[in-house]
Write a protein that binds this ligand. Structure first.
Ligand code: NAD
Ligand code: IPM
Ligand code: MN
Length: 322
């Protein structure tokens, strides 16, 4: 039996995840779904956004489908998604950006860097320690190299080694691993890389970078495919895996049935791929393309379809192409 933990979270998570779940149900009626409630809404109800009980529940599943959580800018409020990534040691954050003539995979280190959580904050001075370790860098670059070898064999290392000592270490370890693996690689400063990725997307395949740079780069790169409503991601560790859209809870559009569910559906596609259902993954991706080409689109893509209506159209095509 395959169990999928379902975390809607907050905001548009309550709208896009039910759509993505229905897609999984259409393909796999035998999947068992385990709803897990976490996030800001949970905090408002119980005073705790995510307890150990929820982490334990997530660990029992074969894979996790996650929407988005709201993180209020309050001192002492710990981001739920960061807690889960750490607790499950989901160190590789894969953020694909595919379009006409380009196929990029951003591989973001997901457990350290500026997200180390080692911080101090006073009334006049606050600091955050940016931690880059050999262990953390070796495991992320090895994941990136394995992916590059399965794809076109090219790797780009994104860093800011001209300023940050921590990125000198990151660049040097990545470079030496890439050299030993015998793959084609180059490295670029992250600011120049962000622009070049938009100007020459076809020049890139796998891009490996540190935590915050990967966070920013993936939102920027989603411009190439029509914005955040389309960009999926996978958070992979050695034991667990969580799939979520790159976007957040989008409070500005939540509750109106206008969010684009494609990023969530594509995250479910990555989940299917992870569980070994390549055929199902392919069928869903084709169905999304068919529905878009029929002119059925949500507002962010210039259409009139609602979140649910778009999802229903995708499921209709999946069933028809059975
Ligand atoms: P956001 O990604 O939620 O929204 C940015 C912009 O993109 C908004 O204008 C939004 O309407 C639009 N957008 C996002 N997803 C869309 C979709 N599916 N369809 C159409 N438009 C879409 O980022 P934000 O506004 O900076 O953050 C909102 C909240 O989400 C914050 O509390 C933030 O911390 C949280 N967040 C959570 C996650 C996560 O849980 N993984 C990721 C990012 C942000
Ligand atoms: C993302 C988000 C998260 C991050 C936030 C919500 C903690 O922006 O998944 O891209 O910075 O990783
Ligand atoms: Mn982000």
């Amino acid at each position: 039996m395959t169990t999928i933990a379902i975390v809607e979270g907050d905001g548009i998570g309550h709208e896009v995840i039910p759509v993505a779940r229905s897609v999984l149900e259409a393909l796999h009626p035998a999947y068992e779904f385990l709803p897990v409630d976490v996030g800001y809404g949970m905090w408002e109800r119980t005073g705790c956004p995510c307890a150990d009980k929820e982490i334990d529940a997530l660990k029992t599943a074969d894979a996790i489908l996650f929407g988005a959580v709201t993180t209020p800018p309050m001192k002492d409020y710990q981001s739920v998604v960061l807690r889960i990534r750490k607790a499950l040691d989901l160190y590789a954050n894969l953020r694909p950006v595919q379009g006409d003539g380009f196929d990029i995979m951003i591989v973001r280190e997901n457990t350290e860097g500026l997200y180390s959580g080692i911080e101090e904050s006073g009334p006049d001075r606050a600091t955050t320690l940016r931690v880059v370790t050999r262990k953390g860098t070796e495991r992320i670059v090895r994941s990136a190299i394995r992916l590059a070898q399965q794809r076109s064999g090219r790797l780009t290392i994104g860093h800011k080694a001209n300023v940050l000592k921590s990125d000198v270490l990151f660049r040097d370890i990545c470079t030496s691993e890439a050299r030993s693996a015998g793959i084609t690689f180059n490295d670029k400063y992250i600011d120049a890389l962000a622009l070049d990725l938009l100007q020459h997307p076809a020049a890139y395949d796998v891009v490996v970078t540190t935590n915050i740079f990967g966070d920013i780069l993936s939102d920027v790169a989603s411009y190439l495919v029509g914005g955040l409503g389309l960009a999926p991601s996978a958070n992979i560790g050695d034991r667990y895996a969580l799939f979520e859209p790159v976007h957040g809870s989008a409070p500005d559009i939540a509750g109106r049935n206008i969010a684009n569910p494609i990023a969530a559906i594509r995250s479910a596609v990555m989940l299917l791929d992870y569980l070994g259902d390549k055929d199902g993954a392919c069928r869903v991706e084709i169905a999304i393309g068919t529905v878009i080409s029929q002119g059925i689109r949500t507002r962010d893509l210039g259409g009139l379809a609602g979140t649910r209506e778009f999802g229903d159209a995708v499921i209709r095509v999946i069933r028809k192409n059975r």
